[in-house]
Design a protein around this ligand. Sequence first.
Ligand code: TYD
Ligand code: MG
Length: 459
Amino acid sequence: MTPRSASVYRCQQCGFASPKAGTCPDCLRAGAGYVQLVEERAVPARGPRRPVATQDRPRPLKDIALERGDRTPTGIGELDRVLGGGVVRGSLVLIGGDPGIGKSTLLLQVARALARSAPPVLYVSAEESAAQVKMRADRLGIAADGLLLWTETDLAAVQAHLDDVKPRALIVDSIQTVYLPDLESAPGSVTQVRECGARLMTLAKGLGIATFLVGHVTKEGALAGPRVLEHLVDTVLYFEGEGHHAYRVLRAVKNRFGSTNEIGVFEMGEHGLTEVTNPSEFFLAERPRDAAGSVIVSSLEGTRPLLVELQALVARASFGTPRRTVLGADYNRVCVLLAVLEKRAGVPLASQDVFVSVAGGGRVTEPAADLGIVLAAASSYMDRPVAGDVLVLGEVGLTGEVRAVAGLELRLREAAALGFRRAVVPASNITERGKLPLEVRGVATVNEALDALLGAGHD
Ligand code: TYD
Ligand code: MG
């Protein structure tokens, strides 16, 4: 028996498909509650897809030559590093981020840079009017020659004109607002996003156009639309930042042409985004000198060490269960570290509220910041400052041991360049005595670190 209709019911959050209407079992299992599946008509067959590869026969790997000049640096150093050294011809890059974080601003600046190095560039705005984009361009002082703007939401129309325009770079702002007219579902639906993404991929690869897509992010922080879009594209970048701070971080979460560890740092100002080439200096700009509860740690992002200031405030809890509030670090990790501090070093925190935050709205995710968190809390509890010219590094284990961290030398060099003179590091890190740029003190336990920085007899 053949089904009467070819409809499928699809979850608009995760892309789960079912022949029957109802709620999404995957989302329910993942704790997102009952999400209704939405009916979708089957996509009409459009004949076989054009092969994406330039060669359609298997070839020996050693015979494949890389074309020179495949990568074009955009001239925006922070972006080029995240991309892996520039934008690759025929690649598809998705940039996600919260509304208002600056995606359109970033891409308009990218368009300006590419209009110089690889014109012409086509900017398809499917969200804002030409006047709105022009206003932004004026604010950014953009008057590039090779930059074409087109407010169009119909992707088929864009495709039809690509042959006349022959852009070397294409920007689509955003993937959720363009649509293909031969599909019945609304723009932004899973089918549209997936098919538009696939169409753009075919165009990018077939015509050798470097393509950037803007993607919206849901409340939960994932890119709206199906996961399949992230699988499809070559590179996924997230543009992040705290609403009230000017700095923005561009982070690669997937990159077929480079590492995913690199970050780019920008500052949003009156005239758009400017690169922050020395982010450590930026994060330490307002550091208080010799204040209890403030410790400088180093967080290694890719090949780049970032110095950030951790702050802790320990205050007597007024009633009930003491509070733990954490901004910019992992809450559970901080709770574990506070427990270690209490149990292994005897600092009584059970009746204390503890607040931990990363100054300047930054974020640390690395275990190398553990010892810094422990010391900041202890310093605030004892009301004794940690000296301002000391960098603190080390992962802390549950028995209070201080474990080695990666990239020690890199981190120390960055600190030395910024005027730090001493560092407290894991003892196991300094087994081979190389020439280190700072005066280092190795510690094996949390207690040794407390003695070294807050004085003996710390309890
Ligand atoms: P926008 O690029 O429109 O964000 P998105 O495309 O991610 O939604 O940027 C929006 C915010 O950036 C807006 O609140 C204004 C601010 N902004 C500046 O502060 N300076 C500038 O030069 C520009 C263009 C925007
Ligand atoms: Mg925008």
